[in-house]
Design a protein around this ligand. Structure first.
Ligand SMILES: Cc1cc2nc3c(=O)[nH]c(=O)nc-3n(C[C@H](O)[C@H](O)[C@H](O)COP(=O)(O)O)c2cc1C
Length: 146
């Protein structure tokens, strides 16, 4: 199964989650930064895992830019799963989370959503990740390719 993990990250936490997922999936799965991902990379892809830090309840500008340049036909029928990193406090729930918005965007373009959007917790705005989140990310990714 050809899989790619596309992510954005300002402080490295989402990047660590993305790399943990890529490492957990056999077959040379790579983690690629959103700003360098080209839409052609979707050709022949079985699974696109895509994740962003949550900024103001949304994906980062770089992730929004990527979603904006992924045309519907390129993702139609592609299996996708979205994740984000987020704070664990109840307060931030009011704004929503990046993963839900990424998933909805791709579903609207005809992608096949393979999992409920998932969030991985950071302990502060610049991290670090909560204990156990890298392992949870690896398990979540492994489950997608079962
Ligand atoms: C400008 C800004 C806005 C943020 N907004 C939210 C938010 O709405 N909800 C949330 O859970 N976390 C929010 N955070 C925390 C980020 O989710 C956190 O910085 C991110 O998970 C870190 O990922 P990174 O290390 O990959 O950049 C915000 C952080 C910044 C800097």
């Amino acid at each position: 199964m050809k899989t790619v993990v596309v992510y954005d990250s300002a402080h490295g936490n989402t990047e660590r989650i993305a790399k943990s997922m890529a490492d957990a999936i056999a077959g040379g799965t790579q983690a690629v930064r959103a700003s360098t991902f080209v839409a052609d990379g979707l050709a022949g892809l079985d699974l696109l895992i895509i994740g962003s830090p949550t900024y103001g309840g949304k994906p980062t500008p770089a992730m929004q830019e990527l979603l904006g340049r992924l045309p519907g036909p390129s993702v139609k029928g592609v299996k996708v799963a979205a994740f984000d990193t987020r704070l664990g406090s109840r307060f931030v729930r009011v704004f929503g989370f990046a993963a839900d918005k990424i998933s909805a965007d791709l579903a609207g373009k005809g992608a096949s959503v393979a999992a409920t959007p998932e969030g991985f917790i950071v302990k502060g705005r610049e991290g670090p990740l909560k204990e156990g989140e890298l392992e949870r990310a690896a398990a979540w990714a492994r489950n997608l390719v079962k």
